[in-house]
Design a protein around this ligand. Structure first.
Ligand SMILES: Cc1cc2nc3c(=O)[nH]c(=O)nc-3n(C[C@H](O)[C@H](O)[C@H](O)COP(=O)(O)OP(=O)(O)OC[C@H]3O[C@@H](n4cnc5c(N)ncnc54)[C@H](O)[C@@H]3O)c2cc1C
Length: 407
């Protein structure tokens, strides 16, 4: 059996590894537009700050790919697929026939206007090369502006701040991390990051990025001008659908995939940031990996042995020194549901339940207590009123009580 995978990110490589386990005899070829072997994309901010040695970012040593007998076509885009003949063509001239194909082309950073992304000093952060260039530039600059105040922006901001730059953060919304925080936890986070030197400009947007040969300043919509040599745009991601569109796969926000992660074309599967399942669009490492495990099995097995994908609840973690933030499921950012809230000077915890007491989301800021037990309860366990009451009463709540509830 010939299995071809487009994309060497976590979804593609996890799928390749799984396909090898399912089908030891298959020929497995992975096309990867990037020249680097799989690396931990979530750790790129540590490359920006210079804190992570380059070799530590790679998921596997080069020899691992040989042991797995994976044919890696690094730096080669899969540019053409003919579903009728099942012939694929790579940008460097490879030509192969596949039995099953996995599209795991991931996503790219969104590049909203009005920024000129070719102007030196303007960055997005998606690839290892972006992180290395940003590190190099940051070590020669004094001030940076971040467009967006989501998780990624906060991590880049902390990394640039640690390098001694003054970091201005622009956010259209009235608070930082609007999707991962409630107003109360956002205020706490804002204070912590302000103390670390980040300067927030809320309810504000970028009007222009100015500079002749390179960026020298940015202008905000209210007329404020900030002198800065670096602008990092962290405004979300856009699924990479170039190949899917060329193949005429059904796409919505991402490539539409069924419960087996098969696309509208039989024998062609999708996983990771480019895929959209009935549960929505992933955009997370954990989801790309979970989808890669299922898609990798399904591309390699007999049709009757295919597995269904069971959705992984979205969970985000802010990896900034001195601060723990986990937000998972529906954290009810507008405080419309019920549950338990605990807050003191250092920590904020919110557990959200539906009308039946089922845990539908939680957030923990400034504490890691209960992360494991709450992750296990999400979507599975119902919390009785006395547990909700005590969760609201003390940070030192005994989480064995949640652990012991049957799921
Ligand atoms: C800085 C940063 C921090 C993050 N932090 C977190 C975090 O804390 N937690 C979390 O869960 N997630 C995090 N994420 C998101 C997470 O990294 C992604 O969800 C995950 O990497 C997606 O994996 P993927 O394999 O679907 O796609 P990708 O990682 O995007 O890989 C797809 C690969 O396919 C290549 N490709 C595209 N088209 C083709 C083609 N036609 N032929 C061949 N190759 C092609 C792309 O170049 C890319 O190398 C972070 C992302 C970034 C950038």
């Amino acid at each position: 059996m010939n299995i071809v995978i487009a994309g060497g990110g976590v979804a593609g490589v996890t799928a390749a590894e799984t396909a090898r386990k399912t089908n030891p005899k298959a020929d497995i070829t992975v096309f990867s537009a990037e020249r680097d072997l799989l690396y931990f994309r979530p750790r790129l901010p540590e490359i920006v700050s210079g804190k992570l040695p380059l070799e530590k970012i790679f998921a596997h040593p080069a020899g691992w790919y040989q042991e797995q007998r994976l044919e890696m076509r690094l730096g080669e885009n899969l540019v053409e697929v003919c579903p009728d003949t099942r012939v694929v063509r790579g940008s460097m001239g490879s030509r192969l026939v596949y039995d099953r194909l996995l599209v795991a082309t991931g996503a790219d950073s969104s590049t909203p206007p009005p920024v000129d992304y070719k102007l030196p000093g303007v960055f997005t952060l998606r690839r290892l090369q972006d992180a290395q260039s940003l590190y190099y530039e940051a070590s020669r600059c004094r001030a940076a502006v971040l467009m967006g105040a989501g998780l990624l922006a906060m991590e880049i901001g902390a990394a640039l701040g640690a390098m001694g730059l003054t970091v201005h953060v622009l956010e259209r919304a009235g608070r930082i991390l609007p999707r991962q925080t409630t107003p109360a936890s956002s205020a706490k986070l804002n204070k912590h990051l302000t103390d670390q030197g980040l300067v927030f400009h809320l309810n504000s947007s970028l009007k222009a990025a100015a500079g002749h040969e390179r960026l020298s300043a940015v202008e905000l919509s209210d007329g404020t001008r900030i002198d800065a040599q670096i602008l990092v745009v962290a405004a979300g991601v856009t699924p990479n659908l170039t190949l899917a569109n060329a193949m005429k796969l059904k796409v919505d926000r991402g490539i539409v995939a069924d419960e087996y992660l098969e696309t509208s074309t039989p024998g062609v599967y999708a996983a990771g940031d480019c895929a959209q399942t009935a549960d929505g669009f992933g955009g997370l490492w954990t989801i790309g990996r979970a989808e890669g495990l299922v898609a990798g099995h399904n591309v390699a097995c007999e049709p009757a042995e295919r597995k269904k994908y069971v959705a992984v609840p979205p969970s985000s973690t802010l990896k900034v020194a001195g601060l723990d933030l986990v937000a998972a499921g529906n954290i009810d950012p507008d405080d419309k549901l019920t549950g338990a809230v605990f807050e003191d000077e250092k920590a904020y915890r919110k557990v959200v339940v539906d009308d039946d007491g089922l845990v539908v989301g939680y957030t923990n800021l400034g504490t890691t207590r209960g992360n494991r037990e709450l992750a296990g309860a999400l979507g599975r366990k119902r919390l009785p009123p006395d547990v909700l009451r005590d969760l609201s009463a003390t940070l030192d709540f005994d989480f064995a009580r949640v652990q012991n509830i049957a799921g």
